[in-house]
Design a protein around this ligand. Structure first.
Ligand code: GCU
Length: 317
């Protein structure tokens, strides 16, 4: 007797990825590398669908879909996650790192990501990998050359209590809102300025309204690729390894592209009429330093991360 071959076809698992950036942004390019990595190795079982440019809504909207398992991955600033779990506010502490190289090394350390995700079952999302988002600086419609120039200025901050405390400590008025709301708020005069990396001047057109970008270098806070806990916990060990390798590839691509895109954005912004101001960041650091102690006291959960960032001590002993 001959057995007829049975062809079994399994439905593919779709990994929906959402983010708020344009398609030239290093994070998008990184996720395209992730898609190619996964589909070239397991395209019979997985397909990756990337939705850039807030197509699925603001990060604040999409995070609930990540929690329910309807979106599998979201690229979101660690600051924005502070609302869901205070541990993510860590990177909003201003002036944490001496250099971008140290910061990049820190966020590439799997120990850091594991510590951030300590409560992933309760959070219903899990950090998988970090992307650099460069250094955040103030920009405004009028020049900020010293701390006093921030006095009473209405500055947009990312949602998150520590951002508000930081901007208030600088003497400005903190106006929290989502990323997509910033351009209209600048145009309507609801805010005088904002703070972000150089890419926002071009990608989000903030440079059309704000002609002065001040290198005070107050924050280095990463974007995280967070996975839906429901999705990630459903994967086999083998698939988890595949996803992890794919995201490491994405991270490398993103890191490699970052500084090139910053230089390009800066040149484009200059052509647009934006002036870049170098200031004494020590002067900006002064009103802020007492915040470090206060924040560590309020949130002892930051301590192992802080010790690692400052003294390079291991988190898990
Ligand atoms: C950066 C970051 C985004 C974040 C944005 C913001 O561009 O990459 O993830 O949403 O800042 O200020 O909201």
């Amino acid at each position: 007797m001959f057995l007829l071959p049975i062809s079994v076809s399994y439905a593919k698992t779709t990994i929906i990825v959402s983010h708020t950036h344009v398609e030239t942004h290093p994070e998008h390019v990184g996720m395209v590398a992730f898609k190619n990595f996964i589909e070239s190795r397991a395209g019979d079982r997985f397909e990756v669908k990337i939705h850039p440019d807030s197509q699925l809504g603001s990060n604040e909207d999409v995070i609930s879909k990540v929690k329910s398992g309807d979106v599998q991955m979201l690229l979101i600033s660690s600051s924005a996650l502070e609302y869901y779990n205070s541990i993510y506010g860590f990177f909003s502490i201003p002036y944490l790192f001496y250099s971008e190289a140290l910061y990049e090394q820190f966020i590439s350390d799997p120990e850091v990501i594991r510590y951030l995700g300590s409560n992933h079952k309760k959070d219903k999302f899990i950090p998988l990998v970090a992307f650099t988002a460069g250094t955040r600086n103030f920009y405004s419609k009028t020049p900020i050359k010293e701390v006093a120039d921030l006095k009473d200025k209405k500055m947009r901050v990312q949602v998150g209590a520590i951002n508000t405390r930081m901007v208030t400590a600088f003497g400005a008025e903190a106006i929290p809102m989502t990323f997509g709301e910033v351009l209209p708020a600048l145009k309507n005069g609801i805010i005088d300025g904002a703070e972000n990396n150089e890419l926002a001047l071009i990608d989000q057109e903030h440079g059309k309204v704000c002609r002065y970008y001040t290198y005070d270098k107050h924050q280095m806070s990463p974007d995280l690729v967070v996975g839906s806990e429901k999705f990630i916990s459903s994967l086999s060990k083998k698939d988890l390894k595949l996803i992890d390798e794919g995201l490491k590839t994405a991270q490398q691509v993103e890191f490699n592209l970052w500084h090139k895109r910053v230089d390009e954005a800066k040149a484009q912004a200059k052509d647009m009429g934006v002036e870049f101001l170098d200031v004494n960041s020590h002067e900006f650091l002064e009103p802020i330093l007492p915040l470090h102690e206060q924040l560590l006291e309020n949130s002892p959960i930051f301590k192992p991360l802080y010790e690692k960032a400052v003294n390079n001590t291991p988190i898990f002993k």
